[in-house]
Design a protein around this ligand. Structure first.
Ligand SMILES: [Zn+2]
Length: 345
């Protein structure tokens, strides 16, 4: 109920922004940085590609906190994110981090003990169009550094840097999903709610496991890219000079599927899960901070930041897109658990 009101306000806000000058409705604006210092830093950064603002050390700090490596404050450690308490601590951490960079943290409580975290970045030009960037924040009962503190931190970093990109023409909704591990629960509730509310979502980008690169080839997998997304990722990879090798797969069973099923174009970005260069600690106690390849996490996050940045600026998709069906590509089942208490192998 609480979120229904909030989501209604997303639509109402967009409608108001669309028909009235944004300066007429200052009280209705989503949180924005507009201090002089921030304006100056915006000006200074105007000519920098947004992905160059992605910082490895900032991501490392968040990753250490979320995977129980370092204390998050008086609460102590987050040793796992598979219990009610662990997930509550995770939301509290995200909430504080978001507020620290000028966002309003907007929890989406969809059922008892099920709460996603969200935050919105409104475009500089009023619009009702949104891009969703998300990752699941829960783990099985382990540190879950790769699965999925890596994705959680990547989304937080993208939220951090996109705020500094001027002239955005599309809103961005950042989402950290609860209860993915027990069946994509949080993302299903959110995607259904947004569909019901008529939110116009042009693409959804899900990041799930982005911290392992055993063969050091920097390759990432792009799973089930809908519509223009495969071509768009390839285009941005070239135009921004990132040159990251991609594998295309048809692997589902993560939160992109929830949005795809509601008719939104989606994609999942991950380490090489389908082709096997993936963490050997998947769903095991050994999925710890020390096993994460931070250079890989950083370079991959830069790519997604660049793509979402260009989409938010409405940089056009390449011409002559060949839409190859996703089922022509390999897939590999992901493990979904019936409960967080399921035996860890
Ligand atoms: Zn995962």
């Amino acid at each position: 109920m609480q979120y229904k009101a909030l989501v209604t306000s997303f639509v109402a806000l967009a409608a108001l922004n669309a028909c009235a000058g944004s300066s007429l409705n200052p009280g209705l604006q989503a949180p924005r940085t507009n201090s002089q210092a921030n304006l100056n830093s915006l000006a200074a950064r105007r000519n920098q590609p947004v992905e160059s603002l992605v910082e490895r050390t900032r991501m490392e700090k968040h990753l250490a906190a979320l995977s129980g490596k370092t204390q998050v404050g008086p609460e102590g450690l987050i040793p796992e994110r598979g219990s009610v308490q662990g997930r509550a601590l995770t939301r509290a951490y995200l909430s504080k981090a978001l507020e620290g960079i000028g966002y309003k943290a907007e929890p989406h409580a969809y059922r008892t003990n099920g709460t996603n975290m969200t935050a919105r970045l409104m475009a500089d030009v009023p619009t009702d169009e949104y891009i969703v960037v998300g990752a699941h924040m829960d783990s099985v009962k382990n540190a879950g550094a790769d699965d999925n503190a890596s994705g959680t931190v990547a989304v937080l970093e993208i939220a951090t840097v996109l705020k500094q990109l001027p002239n955005r023409k599309v809103n961005v909704l950042f989402a950290w999903f609860d209860e993915e591990e027990i069946g994509l629960i949080g993302s299903r509730y959110l995607a259904k709610e947004l569909r019901k509310q008529g939110m116009k979502i042009s693409s959804m980008h899900n990041i799930d496991m982005l911290g392992w690169d055993g063969d050091k080839d920097r390759t990432i997998e792009l799973a089930q890219p809908d519509g223009i997304l495969w071509d768009y990722y390839n285009m941005v990879n070239k135009t921004h000079g990132l040159n990251i090798p991609f594998d295309r797969t048809n692997t589902g069973q993560s939160d992109h599927e929830s949005f795809h099923n509601e008719g939104f174009h989606s994609i999942c970005i991950s380490e090489e899960y389908t082709s096997g260069d993936m963490t050997p600690h998947y769903h095991r106690k050994g999925d710890t901070f020390e096993t994460i390849n931070l250079d890989y996490l950083t370079s991959s996050t830069r790519l997604v930041a660049a793509v979402v940045g260009d989409l938010s600026l409405k940089v056009p998709a390449p011409a002559n897109i060949q839409r190859t069906p996703n089922d022509r590509f390999p897939s590999r089942k992901r493990e979904l658990h019936g409960s967080y208490d399921e035996h860890l192998h």
